[in-house]
Ligand binder design. Structure first.
Ligand SMILES: [Zn+2]
Length: 420
């Protein structure tokens, strides 16, 4: 079965550590083409199996075939055929079942019907499920209800509170998430907007119109659409579903964030690497500095997601702001065999009590498995180097593993106890 890598194996306490994945998405219900969801490319950039000839593709072909009964490094064609023969549910069961996940915090902000719910996704791993509510989706859900611009601030606060208190997906909602990075970038003002400013922004946003389905004018069709982060990629196609115009207003994204902070919940921010809708040049987390300073007195934890290639900047912010946390989700599997080096960089400054595991897996079951496998190997390599240099004791290495694998997430999200 799975081939062990060359070199020293995993430290046993890293291999066995149950992982809390504090940010991921739902898994696909049915089998599909692997290369379409392997990285952030879409359209022509993802054509002809381009994604497979990358470190992520090579990592997939090293780690994943043995779980389907194939030899490591099996060809992409052979792999896809075997996968198709097994079918979606069995492939989900094999990869999620082998991931060693104890709990998943699932972002439901972009959930086409082909994706399974948080509880269904977690069930393949025998893990607990929690939900992360996307702030912008709550706004979009009330935009078509006839709410006036003047009434919007109160309506939004009420809708967000109701969404948290009565989870739509049947599992506890433990955090909110901002995709300001995808829409306006991270250079957000630190000031809380007034209700009058919010109402004026809503009037600009909605302008009294609502649009149907895929409509280039609405800006809702995007180019990206395979990572689920921007969520506005027009998956509804031409089904006639009514949608508000694309939401991209600095005042509104900032208002949503403050509403999340008022609830005291951890606020996840997309930072850095994402699909081409993101404008990576506007996604350095240092751009959040003013807002982080302003949010600090609220006590709401701020969770910087992904961060690559700004993972060192994120580590700095986590060091100097008491309630800022960081992870390396999405990048861990995308950099493949380079994960140990990138993780080591991410851990240079960050307090080890404030670094979390995330896969940011979306759709493809392999990504939950690759995310956990590559993370375990990277963390093990990091700790082994410190042990070999006598920089820490074995007890320290074991304790730090527990912090990063699950305890930091349990504390930051105040996760309820679960059986595993
Ligand atoms: Zn995500």
């Amino acid at each position: 079965m799975p081939a062990e890598p060359t070199g020293p194996g995993l430290l046993p306490f890293v291999a066995s550590a149950p992982l809390v994945d504090h940010h991921c998405h739902g898994v696909l219900a049915a089998s599909g083409p692997v290369e379409q969801l392997l990285n952030e490319a879409a359209g022509d950039a993802a054509a002809d199996g381009m994604a497979l000839d990358s470190l992520a593709g090579l990592a997939l072909r090293k780690w994943c075939p043995p779980l389907l009964g194939l030899r490591a490094h099996a060809s992409a064609t052979e792999y896809q055929a075997r996968r198709d023969a097994l079918g979606g549910p069995e492939v989900n069961r094999r990869f999620l079942g082998a991931s060693g996940l104890a709990a998943l915090c699932v972002d439901t902000g972009y959930a086409p019907t082909a994706l399974l719910s948080p509880a269904e996704t977690a069930s393949f791993a025998g893990a607990a499920a929690f939900e992360v509510v996307r702030l912008e989706q709550v706004a979009e859900s009330i935009a078509l209800t006839g709410v006036t611009a003047a009434g919007f601030p109160d309506a939004y606060r009420a809708a967000l509170a109701a969404r948290i208190e009565s989870p739509a997906n049947g599992v506890p909602a433990v955090a909110v998430k901002s995709i300001a990075a995808y829409r306006v970038g991270l250079a957000l003002d630190g000031r809380r907007p007034t209700d009058a400013e919010v109402s004026a922004a809503v009037a600009r946003w909605l302008g009294g119109r609502a649009e149907r389905g895929r409509d280039g004018e609405s800006g809702n069709d995007g180019e990206s659409g395979n990572d689920g982060e921007s969520g506005n990629d027009g998956e509804s196609g031409d089904d006639g579903e009514r949608r508000p115009p694309r939401l991209a207003d600095e005042v509104l994204h900032r208002f949503f964030i403050w509403c999340g902070a008022d609830l005291g919940l951890p606020i996840q921010f997309h930072v850095g690497y994402g699909d081409r809708d993101v404008g990576l040049h506007r996604c350095n987390p240092l751009l959040l500095t003013d807002l982080l300073r302003a949010l600090d007195p609220t006590g709401a934890p701020v969770m910087l997601l992904h961060n690559y290639p700004y993972h060192r900047e994120a580590g700095y912010l986590a060091q100097v702001f008491p309630r800022v946390y960081a992870d390396l989700g999405l990048a861990t599997h995308n950099v493949g065999s380079r994960a140990p080096q990138v993780l080591a960089e991410a851990l240079e400054l960050v307090p080890l009590r404030k670094f979390l595991f995330s896969s940011d897996a979306f759709g493809l079951p392999e990504l939950y498995y690759l995310g956990t496998q590559l993370f375990r190997h990277a963390l093990s390599a990091f700790l082994r180097a410190r042990l070999d240099a006598d920089d820490m004791s074995s007890a320290d290495a074991e304790r730090i593993t527990g912090l990063i694998a699950s305890e930091n997430a349990r504390r930051a999200y105040r996760l309820p106890r679960w059986s595993r």
